[in-house]
Design a protein around this ligand. Structure first.
Ligand code: GRF
Length: 187
């Protein structure tokens, strides 16, 4: 099953998806990686010889134009599933309509707690003792889609946002790979 991955950051989840794709019998194939900025994570795709593209909001007259440009690039690769792996923007109607129910996102908190761009920081600030990661279906809201999988991570006494996020990512990567494999196999 052809999948496209959207990123904004370091791409550790992308790297995990690419590693798993090399294993025999993996039910998906990464056909393209797109970023909304020159994300360092694009290197993982380039190293694997996978096409990449950057579509910046600042290069477009308005949000709807950016939404259309993003949808054009993504559909050019003919993916059947989209995976947002640390993609820090909301998707607009063109992609939501074209891929309804076939877009996944990963969020570093146990939704519905701590949605938004700072899930790790917000959980820490709230003083929760258990947080984790959620893999969800994307809808038009901010981290409001159907929850597909979750895993818990304990918050330690001396955790900082960075140390906690590091441990969340260690759990997040295999969880995301697992959900993508499950959905790709069913398509
Ligand atoms: C992940 O923890 C993701 O859930 C969050 O940002 C992080 C991105 O990490 N939104 P990476 O770019 O995959 O390394």
């Amino acid at each position: 099953t052809p999948i496209a991955v959207l990123i904004s950051g370091t791409g550790s989840n992308l790297a995990a998806l690419l590693r798993a794709a090399e294993e025999p019998g993996c039910p998906y194939d990464v056909v393209g990686v797109i970023a909304d900025r020159p994300a360092p994570g694009l290197e993982h795709a380039r190293a694997a010889g996978i096409p990449t593209d950057v579509v910046r909001l600042a290069d477009h007259p308005d949000r709807p134009a950016w939404d259309r440009a993003l949808a054009e690039v993504v559909t050019r690769w003919n993916p059947e599933l989209l995976v947002l792996a640390g993609f820090m923007k909301l998707l607009g109607p063109p992609l939501l309509e074209a891929f309804g129910g076939r877009i996944l996102n990963t969020h570093p908190a146990l939704l519905p707690s701590f949605p938004g761009a700072h899930g790790v920081r917000d959980a820490l600030a709230h003083g929760v003792k258990i947080t984790g990661v959620s893999v969800i279906e994307v809808d038009a809201g901010v981290d409001t889609g159907r929850i597909l999988a979750q895993a818990a991570v304990e918050v330690l006494e001396d955790d900082t946002e960075a140390t906690l996020h590091e441990r969340i990512k260690a759990v997040e990567q295999p969880l995301l790979v697992n959900v993508v494999q499950r959905l790709a196999a069913a398509l």
